[in-house]
Structure formats: C-alpha cells, structure tokens
Design a protein around this ligand. Sequence first.
Ligand SMILES: [Zn+2]
Length: 229
Amino acid sequence: MSDEIVDMMDFLLKMPLTFWDLYALQNDLISQRLSYSQQHIFAQEARNEAIVIALCKKKTYSQMTISEILACNGISVKNMPPVDCDSKVHFAIFEEPSLVYLNRKLTEICQQLLEQTGFDYILNGHSVEEIILAHELYHVIASAGEAPFIKKKHISVWKIGKFEIRKRITALEEVGAMAFTQEFLDLNLCPYVLDLPLTYCQSAEMAQSLYNRILNLWQSTKGGLPWTM
Ligand SMILES: [Zn+2]
C-alpha cells in the first residue's frame, strides 16, 4: 500500500458525520433540488429513524452475528458474479426478496489492507464483511416496511392546482443504511469511509478519482454548512 492511500484515509477520517450525508445524496437527482441545509435536515431524519431501528434490532438479535441474523430472516448470501466494464465498484447488492450478493474477495483484500496499515482499528473488532452485510441487513429491514420515513415521497416535483407529483429521495436509504450499521456495530465513524479502501483494492486509479470527488464536494459545501472541521 502506498503512502498516498494512508494520507487519503487520514484526511477522510477527519470528516464530520454530516458531510457523509451529503456524500450519499450527491448523486441523487431528486435531492439536488434541495439546498445543502435541506438535504442535511432530511438526512438527519433518515439517520434518526435508522438509529431507532438499530437499537431495537440489537435487543432482538443480541449475541447473533450479522450472517446469522440474515439467515434467520431467510436471506441467502452469495458471491457476487464478476461485472465487466463497470465504472463503479460494487461491494454488495440486496436483491429482493431474499438474496444478498457480496463481493467477498474484495472485502477480504480490504481487510488485509486495513490490518497491514494499522487502520483496522476503525472496524472496532468487526470485519469489513460484517460491516457491509450490516448495511445490506438495513436494506432487508427497509424492504419489509420497517423504515417508513426513507420510503416516503419527500419532494413535490410538479404541481398544478390539486394535481401533484411527488418523488422519493432514494439516497436517503443509503444514509439510513450507514447510520444503522454504525449504531448496530458500535462503530466510531461513518462506514462510508470504507468506500475509499474498498475502491482502492479494486483499482488505485478509481480510488484516486473517488478521493478527488470527495475533496471537491468538501470544498463546495464547507462554506454553507452547520459544521466546522
Ligand atoms: Zn446500500
């Protein structure tokens, strides 16, 4: 592992939690109709809902591993088939109603990378695989209707008189999934930080471009947000 990824990780680990909400929402076309502060308010609501779910599930599933919880909910975990010519690295995908595809090889390489560089402390005793599966567990829970806020239609995109079209901000489900994972596994940081080393394990070039996107987002938002660094 080169020093460059260590420097990148050092920087990302200083990012406030609220920054990662905007990171989640940056590619959501519907959420782009909102100001940063409005995005922040919606994300906070999604986060709060997910934390309540996580606290409740912790009681229900105490002492069980994430794999056991998924199995107990009838969910199978399979290795992700290879994807050709894709510009995005996929770590895992939940396919309704009962299948999670996991990029197990990538999680193993990332695990080794974090251990070799001393960044494994951010996992708080869990494995990269467990963290990714916890994220998918939230999607399972949300698909069962247990996360009403993130499934609701938040924004009016067209309205004339009494006729109105409202749309969901789908990326709020990702905010919820990360908040759930962090609370359920007692992590000290937003699991979005793992996007970088996971991407790096697939391609150093893609990791650099991801890092540049994160830096640009940071630069473009830090003036108008209710946080400091
Ligand atoms: Zn997700």
